[in-house]
Design a protein around this ligand. Structure first.
Ligand code: NDP
Ligand code: NHF
Length: 287
């Protein structure tokens, strides 16, 4: 495929182990690349891939399709347009059953929740607090009673920003009554999005005039995926950086790696210090 010149863009949807070499080969062959999340296992390797894309004059982006889920897309735009004023808090919680990964490669990832899954939330929280700088992160993970798979299914994250605070809560063994909620507090308005799951969400914006709920169309699966690819192709056509550039994604991953280091050590951590995932992340079965 790389030799015959018939492709312009390669969408790489393998697991992260070994993916960097596939990305490198595609970039070296002059292809634009959209990588699945989580982008890399090592932030410096990710930065080197971004440098290579620049040298080759091609785009490298990460398929953070959650940004294009209808509710997150609406909330991102509301924040970007200043409709909430200055956001000072974002609290996101997901209560769902993730045990469907039993028997798949995901079951072997120790930090399945904080790495493979929560990267969507580390990325979104940055979009919801775009001007705030993350300073410290404290995270926990736990196995819960009777959970049928190896990776810990409960996780919490508290992020202290310079001008805001955020919390993320993951209860991945919620067998009944699943629920998903996002709350953003701004000095001009508060926004919430809630629903039984990520596919079915109602957004409400409340300000001094009252509350209103926009009609959302589409669903994360599949419209989030369509949105990410559309944005990537538009950026290539318009010769501009995409909003899902890999270099920007390294900032989301650095929150993720700091959270994992915190969960491993029991201590708060500073984003950017922890450059690699711990090597034992890929063997949940032995823990
Ligand atoms: N919302 C989202 O953004 C989602 C993201 N993901 C991400 O996508 C990635 C893959 O997950 P998932 O799709 O569930 O994984 P699967 O194991 O279902 O699929 C991986 C695919 O990659 C192929 N593959 C592996 N190595 C190579 C290679 N060297 N060259 C070409 N193809 C290869 C496999 O082919 P074969 O079977 O022939 O080995 C398989 O078809 C993960 O990083 C995951 O986090 C996944 C689901 C949703
Ligand atoms: O959203 C998702 C659903 O679960 C998968 C397995 O953990 C994730 O990889 C994916 O990002």
């Amino acid at each position: 495929m790389l030799l015959d010149g018939s492709t312009e863009v390669v969408d790489i949807a393998t697991h992260p182990e070994g993916r960097s070499q596939i990305i490198r080969d595609c970039l070296q062959a002059g292809r634009h690349v959209l990588s699945q999340k989580p982008f890399v296992l090592d932030l410096d390797e990710g930065a080197a891939l971004c440098d290579l894309a620049e040298e080759q004059g091609v785009r490298l982006a990460v398929n953070q399709n959650g940004r294009f889920a209808p509710h997150f897309q609406y909330l991102r735009k509301a924040v970007a347009e200043g409709r909430l004023g200055i956001p000072n808090a974002a609290h996101l919680s997901v209560h769902w059953d993730h045990t469907w990964v039993a028997g798949t490669p995901f079951e072997r990832i120790h930090h399945l929740i904080l790495y493979d899954f929560a990267i969507h939330w580390f990325d979104i929280v940055r979009c919801l607090l775009p001007a705030a700088k993350a300073e410290r992160i404290y995270a926990t993970v736990n196995r819960v009673p009777n959970q049928p798979i190896a990776p810990p299914l409960a996780a919490t994250v508290a992020i202290q920003f310079d001008t805001a605070q955020a919390t993320l809560v993951f209860d991945a063994y919620t067998r009944h009554g699943p629920s998903d909620r996002t709350l953003i507090v701004g000095d001009q308005a508060t926004a919430t999005s809630s629903g039984p799951d990520l596919q079915n969400q109602t957004v409400t914006i409340t300000d001094a005039q009252g509350s209103f709920s926009p009609k959302l169309t589409g669903k994360w699966f599949p419209d989030g995926f369509g949105g990410a690819m559309q944005e990537f192709q538009a950026a290539i056509r318009e010769e501009r950086p995409s909003s899902i550039e890999a270099r920007d994604n390294l900032e989301s991953l650095s929150l993720c790696f700091a959270a994992i280091a915190s969960a491993n050590t029991g201590q708060p951590q500073q984003p950017g210090i922890h450059r690699k995932l711990p090597s034992n992340n890929q063997d949940s079965a032995i823990r």
